[in-house]
Design a protein around this ligand. Structure first.
Ligand SMILES: C[S@@+](CC[C@H](N)C(=O)[O-])C[C@H]1O[C@@H](n2cnc3c(N)ncnc32)[C@H](O)[C@@H]1O
Length: 222
């Protein structure tokens, strides 16, 4: 199984020998790869819909991993029991949907559970949900496929609300990273907010808050 850079970056964060859940698995690429590489030996590939689960079944059967990888219909983590899995990936979905899964799944508030989240949108809102619910982001990674950048959050429950600023929600842990993709991602954030600022200024609208924020983001301009 060959993974693209985005899924490979997620796979690289999975802890060895844990029970793994892939939420919104579609073709079960992640669990198949992880079992094939011997990183995990037991996984649950879950999806909301039958069609993607059929795709997952085809992959699991063709790789001969029916003993190791179970298939499950589940809306988010709703159809999972407490202590069933310790390593959970949620990838390729919107950040608001991922936030909903987090808010309504109490059993993931456990220090032994590791979440690996790859939101396609609304990463700021997802960070806010995590912080407000007692989770900490221990690492953020940027991956690139076809000139599109993806962000991946590695998250644990910490049982404490993290204090954060607006800037923290926007840039997350990325300023700690030394790699070029993180720098490129930060530079794109700067460009996005600067564009908004220019538009507001051209329309002669109030923009002092945004101006301050863009001033802080400017350090990552490339
Ligand atoms: C774009 S695919 C992502 C597949 C894979 N995780 C990846 O990142 O390449 C999104 C998948 O999430 C599933 N999905 C959407 N809403 C879901 C929900 N509420 N619970 C579980 N799976 C969901 C879809 O059926 C689809 O298979």
């Amino acid at each position: 199984m060959k993974l693209d850079s985005r899924l490979m970056a997620i796979a690289n964060l999975v802890r060895k020998d844990k029970v793994f859940a892939d939420i919104g698995t579609d073709h079960a690429y992640l669990p198949v790869y992880l079992v094939e590489k011997g990183i995990i030996n037991k996984a649950i590939a879950a999806d909301l819909r039958i069609g993607p689960l059929e795709n997952a079944k085809d992959a699991v059967v063709s790789y001969g991993f029916t003993e190791q990888i179970q298939l499950r219909l589940s809306d988010g983590l709703d159809n999972f029991k407490e202590n069933e899995v310790e390593e959970i990936a949620v990838a390729g979905m919107g950040g608001l949907l991922i936030s909903q899964f987090i808010e309504r799944t109490n059993w993931i508030k456990n220090e032994d559970v590791h979440l690996i989240l790859q939101p396609m949108t609304h990463v700021e809102e997802l960070r806010k949900t995590l912080f407000d619910n007692g989770f900490v982001i221990d690492e953020e990674v940027v991956a690139e496929d076809d000139d599109k950048l993806y962000i991946i959050l590695s998250v644990y429950y910490y049982n404490d609300a993290t204090a954060y600023t607006e800037l923290d929600l926007i840039v997350g842990k990325l300023p700690q990273n030394e790699d070029n993709l993180s720098k490129k991602y930060l530079s794109r954030i700067y460009e996005k907010f600067n564009k908004k600022l220019v538009a507001l200024k051209n329309a002669e609208k109030e923009c002092s808050e945004l101006e301050k924020l863009v001033g802080e983001l400017k350090q990552w301009q490339q």
